[in-house]
Design a protein around this ligand. Structure first.
Ligand SMILES: Nc1ncnc2c1ncn2[C@@H]1O[C@H](COP(=O)(O)OP(=O)(O)OP(=O)(O)O)[C@@H](O)[C@H]1O
Ligand SMILES: O=C(O)c1ccc[n+]([C@@H]2O[C@H](COP(=O)([O-])O)[C@@H](O)[C@H]2O)c1
Length: 192
């Protein structure tokens, strides 16, 4: 049996917070791999302005230096809105030998009561919660808590910094910044 961590996200853009929590959980729980699964349309956000192709490319770049990190495109291929329940059902069918651990930050732990068919979902997957500034890990749902160094970084903070020409060094991998600059993403007026 293979024990696999999953980090689902919008990754608009991916940042060092994503990489740090993935690596901390991998080592702490002794997982064999972490699969990053970018959403096509996030189930509970009414945007993402950045195309799935750009977000996928940035995630490929961000994860490429870690051999344990893989990017899985199941939700992008399905397109539209993907609920985690549907994704996990499909992954369990395609990889019956794997045991999956779905990593979420404390903001998503607080949001768990609103997840689609959460009672059914908690039977299919083990949630792993990590702390995040401004949110708590208390929940009625079964989650495994992994202690990580708290890192107060978010994609929205990064988008703001990029739009306002503020520093992004040590918040996001340099190679991701090069891609963002090359494609003109997150500018006040975006190029194509
Ligand atoms: N700094 C962080 N600490 C802990 N968890 C995080 C952190 N950043 C992201 N996560 C978690 O990673 C997952 C994917 O997050 P997502 O791609 O939406 O990034 P985000 O920074 O939360 O984006 P946004 O600011 O646009 O909402 C979520 O479970 C989220 O809670
Ligand atoms: O299935 C749901 O109802 C659901 C509700 C909220 C979030 N999620 C998943 O949680 C992951 C993090 O979401 P987000 O929006 O913070 O990037 C991502 O994989 C989402 O698909 C899933």
């Amino acid at each position: 049996m293979k024990r696999i961590g999953i980090l689902g996200g919008t990754f608009d853009p991916p940042h060092l917070g994503h990489l740090l929590i993935a690596e901390e959980v991998r080592v702490s729980l002794g997982l064999e791999e972490i699969w990053f699964i970018p959403t096509y349309t996030p189930p509970h956000k009414d945007y993402s302005k950045t195309s799935a192709q750009h977000r996928l490319k940035m995630l490929d770049i961000a994860t490429s230096s870690n051999d344990y990190f893989k990017v899985n495109t199941i939700e992008i291929e399905r397109s539209g809105k993907s609920y985690t329940l549907d994704t996990m059902k499909e992954l369990r069918k395609n990889f019956p030998e794997n045991q999956f651990y779905f990593i979420i930050g404390a903001d998503m732990v607080e949001y768990l009561p609103h997840w689609y068919k959460i009672e059914e979902l908690v039977e299919l997957v083990q949630f792993v919660g990590v702390k995040r500034a401004g949110y708590g890990l208390e929940t009625d749902y079964p989650i495994t808590e992994v202690d990580i160094p708290m890192i107060d970084i978010s994609s929205s903070m990064l988008r703001n910094r990029l739009r306002n020409d503020k520093p992004t060094k040590y918040i996001v991998p340099e190679e991701v910044i090069l891609y963002i600059r090359e494609k003109g993403l997150y500018e006040k007026r975006e190029r194509n």
